[in-house]
Design a protein around this ligand. Structure first.
Ligand code: HEM
Length: 461
């Protein structure tokens, strides 16, 4: 491996591996402080990985020479086994063709059309949420995950998608994803997974979920067109005029569900947590929603009308980036200044580290939405802030995610006030996504009681 990059010894990497399994971010932060912006360490004491928060290296890997860097083994091999070929698991020309086709599902016209479906889904979820919060504090993480999953699923397959089908697909994705993480972190168990029937059990689950969605796709071929993403996937054409097969539409939809199901909910959970700790910020965001929307629902056309709220969301995604890292594998040896990346090297773009770097951010641990004001964008070094990744494989769902976050936030804030339930340890745990380790429990009560309380009558009147 490259001698130009400082290394954490194999012994220390091995010694730290239980701590890394518990929460990689804590250990990687220490390494970054000790070894600098780019360093090497050994995953589980075995597999060498290059970790970087250096914006020049990140830009080179994700953008300038992106052709030389493939997605990692976990995405291509393990996820590919369960999810088939699709945007997350393909490379080169097949990926470019698919990206062009799927992009249409996220263009402005399509997002305008999706707003109604998203709102219907949100209304149904809010009715359920309303019922649950009556019983006392709730962990917002699973609540928001249910809300955002139903929204993405209905955006894909239409407003009429059955609750029971949504639950089946959601349960399958969560279970299979956890299994993939176990396969990756404990590769020595793979022969046992195969022999014990664990692997087959998860494959069967996937087949059941596939069959439900495939049936919907097949039926749609004979039905009037819908305004959902499924329609746009089915209508999209390659250069030769052909469209996607039903099976490809299925695996692309499944991959969109996987990529979109835990990300916005995660961002929203941390956002609500931060606002519960900063009441002045919460009040300002709520004021902005009332000023722009009054009591109206938010549509896609409104997304740009919330400058302060957008800063708050951006700052929450800086402190708690759902994708805390993005990994790649170098195809050929590469050089970025003095840094040599050997062929076959695993490169971890350490997004969390970049977002918390003292050399790039003033008081990086502090929540300061103002730093995300538009005028500061130009002053920031490129590739120091990358919650949605960067380069050609930048998140395809980022506009959708912003719409979804704003819709849910505007509804929640105008309906409720909320406080963090006492006696909790709010901790982050970096798995595939940066989750709240012990959840985030909050109590909700109608906002009217807080924001529209009558002014106290002055004494003597
Ligand atoms: C706050 C919410 C979200 C965040 C922070 C986020 C973040 C990211 C990041 C960092 C990547 C790049 C991964 C890489 O380069 O390896 C990515 C890719 C992707 N995201 Fe998102 N995402 C979010 C929401 C969504 C949603 C809602 C969807 C779909 C409905 C989605 C679909 C995708 C897809 C399909 C890719 C792969 C793109 C490709 O390889 O061409 N994301 N996302």
């Amino acid at each position: 491996m490259s001698a130009s990059i400082p290394a954490v010894s194999r012994f220390r990497s091995f010694k730290d591996s239980p701590a890394i399994a518990r929460n990689p971010v804590t250990v990687l932060q220490t390494y970054t402080e000790e070894f600098g912006d780019t360093f090497r360490f050994y995953l589980g004491g075995l597999k060498e990985a290059i970790v970087t928060i250096d914006p020049a290296v990140i830009q080179h890997v994700l953008k300038t020479n992106a052709e030389n860097y493939q997605k990692s083994e976990i995405q291509v091999k393990r996820m590919g086994h369960f999810l088939g070929k699709g945007l997350l698991t393909t490379e080169g020309q097949p990926w470019r063709d698919q990206r062009r086709l799927i992009q249409k599902g996220f263009d402005r016209k399509q997002l305008d059309a999706l707003t109604a479906i998203m709102q219907d889904s949100l209304d149904a979820s809010m009715a359920e949420f309303d019922r649950r919060i009556q019983a006392g504090p709730v962990d917002i993480y699973p609540q928001l995950m249910e809300m955002t999953f139903a929204m993405v699923a209905r955006s894909l397959f239409g407003a009429k998608l059955d609750r029971k089908d949504i639950d089946l697909v959601s349960h399958t994705i969560c279970t299979v994803q956890e299994f993939i993480v176990r396969q990756t972190l404990q590769p020595y168990l793979n022969p046992w997974f195969a022999a014990s029937g664990e692997l087959k059990k998860h494959e069967d689950m996937r087949v059941s979920a596939d069959n439900v969605l495939l049936e919907i796709i097949k039926q749609r071929r004979h039905q009037p067109p819908g305004s959902d993403m499924l329609q746009s996937l089915m209508d999209a054409r390659y250069a030769d005029g052909e469209g996607m097969t039903d099976e490809l539409v299925l695996s692309e939809s499944m991959q969109l569900l996987v990529a979109g199901h835990e990300t916005s909910s995660n961002g929203l959970s941390w956002l609500l947590y931060l606002m519960s700790q900063h009441p002045e910020c919460l009040a300002r965001v709520r004021e902005e929603f009332y000023a722009v929307l009054g009591d109206n629902l938010l549509t896609h056309g409104d997304v740009m009308k919330f400058p302060y709220t957008s800063q708050v969301i951006a700052e929450a995604l800086r402190l708690y980036p759902p994708f805390w890292m993005v990994d790649r594998m170098a195809i050929n040896e590469d050089r970025i200044g003095d840094t040599v990346i050997p062929a076959g090297a695993m490169v971890i773009v350490y997004v969390y580290g970049a977002h918390h770097a003292k050399s790039r951010w003033d008081s990086p641990e502090e929540f300061r939405p103002e730093r995300m004001a538009k005028e500061n964008d130009k002053l920031r070094t490129p590739f120091t802030y990358l919650p949605f990744g960067g380069g050609p494989r930048i998140c395809i769902g980022n506009q959708y995610a912003m719409l979804q976050i704003l819709m849910i936030l505007s509804t929640l804030l105008r309906r409720y006030d909320f406080v963090l339930a006492p006696g909790q340890d709010i901790e982050e745990r970096a798995m595939v996504i940066l989750r709240p380790k012990n959840g985030i429990r909050m109590s909700f009560k109608p906002a009217a009681a807080v924001t529209r309380e009558p002014e106290p009558v002055p004494a003597g009147v």
